[in-house]
Design a binder for this molecule. Sequence first.
Ligand SMILES: NC(=O)c1ccc[n+]([C@@H]2O[C@H](COP(=O)([O-])OP(=O)(O)OC[C@H]3O[C@@H](n4cnc5c(N)ncnc54)[C@H](OP(=O)(O)O)[C@@H]3O)[C@@H](O)[C@H]2O)c1
Length: 255
Amino acid sequence: MNVKQLLDLTGRVAIITGGSVGLGRQMAEGLAEMGANLVLCARKKERCVQTAEEMGKFGVKTMALGCDVKNAAGIQEVVDATLSQFGRVDILINNAGASWGAPVEEMRLEHWNKVIETNLTGTFLFSQAVGKVMITQRRGKIINIASVAGLHGAPPEFQAIGYHASKGGVISFTRDLACKWGIHNIQVNAIAPGWFPTHMSEVVIERNKEAILKRIPLGRFGRNHDLKGAAVFLSSDASDFVTGHVLVVDGGQTA
Ligand SMILES: NC(=O)c1ccc[n+]([C@@H]2O[C@H](COP(=O)([O-])OP(=O)(O)OC[C@H]3O[C@@H](n4cnc5c(N)ncnc54)[C@H](OP(=O)(O)O)[C@@H]3O)[C@@H](O)[C@H]2O)c1
């Protein structure tokens, strides 16, 4: 196979959680550009509908669904709807995420729980529901969106301990699941993005712009196409011998 064939996603079916805006939308666009059909889900269905319509310009089929990744029954509905529309699931991108900023001493349990349940438990629940399908298919690609926050601590001006803990958990989860499901020909990898301006990061970036940029060797934030290549690679046959990997896309921040 040549490399264009290896990266081709024509006809593949991808579920992207939180695919309506931000990094999820960017990865959805990348996959659609390579021919993948998309299932976009998030709590606000209308934003998924809008993005799904926009992705139609790439000539792929799309579906938009409302779903809270904290809710196992809602996740199963997404998987069932995907199977009845497309008959299979080739790619799952666990991208939906949340953060909460507060000093450790003042972090309320409900805010800690919300972040852990969305970022870590949601990743587990979605992987479990889609993984059962992938096991019967004898193939599949799971990509978990971690963060460089899961690789190291941050100085006291960045106060989001639940977020760091959840992303560290996503990385461990990815590695262990890769070991468990290799026998089913399912590749499980993570992407650890650095700083990209999105709704989630905008306030922190606004308050700490210069301090953040000083720590990024490439001297800039991620752009709205910088994640596409990593997502397409890990979704495609080009990564068939890659599993349990954490692909850092951070402008050198962790170098
Ligand atoms: N931006 C960065 O610098 C950066 C860096 C490293 C990692 N990341 C990670 O990248 C992922 C995407 O973040 P982003 O920056 O693109 O943030 P964003 O613009 O705020 O988008 C978050 C997405 O997740 C969805 N979502 C949130 N809670 C959900 C829930 N309970 N159930 C279903 N969907 C939910 C949101 O839609 P609804 O609100 O409609 O549900 C939205 O589509 C996250 O996992 C984040 O941790 C981001």
